[in-house]
Ligand binder design. Sequence first.
Ligand SMILES: [Zn+2]
Length: 476
Amino acid sequence: MQLFAPSLAFVDLETTGTRAAADRITEVGIVRVDADAHGGPPRIHEWSSLVDPGIPIPPVIQSLTGITDAMVAGAPTFSRIAADIEERLADCVFVAHNARFDHGFLKHAFARIGRPFSARPLCTVRLSRRLFPDADGHGLDAVVARHGLTVTNRHRALGDARALWAFVEALYREIPAESIAEAVKRILRIPSLPPQLPADTLDRLPEAPGVYFFYGDNPLPVYIGKSINIRDRVSAHFAGDWRSETDLRLSQEIRRIEFEETAGELGALLREATLVKALLPALNRALRRKEEAGVLALADDGALRFLPAAAIDPAELAMNYGPYASRRSAREALRAIAAEHQLCWRRLGLEKRTSGPCFQRQLKRCAGACVGAEAPADHDRRVAAALAPSAIPRWPFAGPGIVTERNAARECVDVHVLQHWCWLGTARDEGDLAALLDAPPRPQFDIDVARLLVKRWTRGSLALVDVTRGSASPST
Ligand SMILES: [Zn+2]
C-alpha cells in the first residue's frame, strides 16, 4: 500500500466541551502509521493517555465519553505529556475527523504551556466529502457504517483514532491510490513546485512579511509579489487548484526565487509598489491595467468629474472621492450609487443630453433633478452623503507623518514617512530618517498605497505620528 504521505498521525481528543480556548483535553489518542521504506506493510504505533484537565468534566460529557472526574484525577497533566505528543506527531500529516477541532485544542493546550505547535491537519470529513460527494453524511458514525468498519470504544480517543485509520485503509481497498492522493493533495493544497526548482525552495523562504522575486533566465525578475507571509504566498502560486493564467506562465518561466523581508505589511506593499514601477517585470505588467487611476471631484454644477491622479497635486487629493483604478471604474461606481440613491444621471454628468428626463428618470430611478422635481441643491446634498464613505480624508498634519512597523522576532524596524496618503520613503535607522525629513521628496500618488493608507486610517488602524510635533494622532 502506497500511502499518501510517509508518516500519518491519526489523532483524536476527548475534551470537557467544544470551545478550544475555555475547555480542556481529557484524553489523547494517536495512531501513528509510518510507511515502510522497502514497500512492506506500514509500522503502526498506538498510544493514548488520559489527561487531568484541571477542571470538572460536565456530566453530559462524562456520560458521552465514559471519562469521569474520578478517572482523570490521577492522570498526568497536559504539560507532562506534551513532549510525548510532540514526538509522536513529528513529521506527520495530522489526520483527524473535524481536524480543526483537534488541531485547535492542541494549539491552545501547547500555547498555555508556552510551546509552539504547528501541524499540517488533514480533515477526514473533508476527505470523505471529496471522495464521496453524494454520500448522506460524513460524521464518524456515518463513515463507519458506510465502509463497514469494525470499531470498538467509540467516543474514546484511541477507539476513534483507530476508526480513522481503518477508514483510510478501507479507502485504499475501495478506490485507486491516485484518487486518494489527488483528494489529499487538494485538501492540503500541497504545492507542486515546478520541476526546475530545487526541492527545498519553499523551506528556504521565511514565514514573514516582505517581497519576493521570481526570476527566469534574465537578470531582471519576471514577477514581483508581496505578502505578510512570503512562504505561504509563494506556495499558493504553485498550488494546483487555483492556478491562474499568470501562475501557469510563472511555473514555466521561473528558474529561481529571491526575497526581501520587511518589518510589516505596509512595508511590503510600499516596497512592492516601488520595485514594480522601477523594474516593470513582464508578468506584473501583464496584470496591471493600462488605465490611469484617479479621483472624482464634485463640481459646482453638481457633476462629478474624473481627475487623473497624475494631473492633481496630492495635497489636493483630500475631499475628492475614490481613488478609482480607472475612469471606467469611477463611472461604474458612480452609476451604482446613482441607482441606489435615485440620483440624476444628467446632473451627475453621466449623460450628455441637455433636456427632458434623464435615462434614470425614464426608468423611474431618478428622483427628478432633471425635470425640476428635486431642487439642485437638495440633489447635490444627497450626492455628497451617498459618496461620503468614499471621500478621501484630509491629511491630518501640516507636514509628513510616520508609521513605524516592528518585527521583534527578526529585530527589524521600518519607519515609513508619509504625506498626503503618499509614501515619501522608509528609514531603517535615525540617520535615514533625519535625511528623509530634512529633504522630503515630493509626494507621488500611487493608488495601491493611497488605498491601503486611507482604508487603515478610516478604520482607525493606522498608527500615524506627526513628526513635527512628535505626538501620536489617533484617527477620527
Ligand atoms: Zn434625472
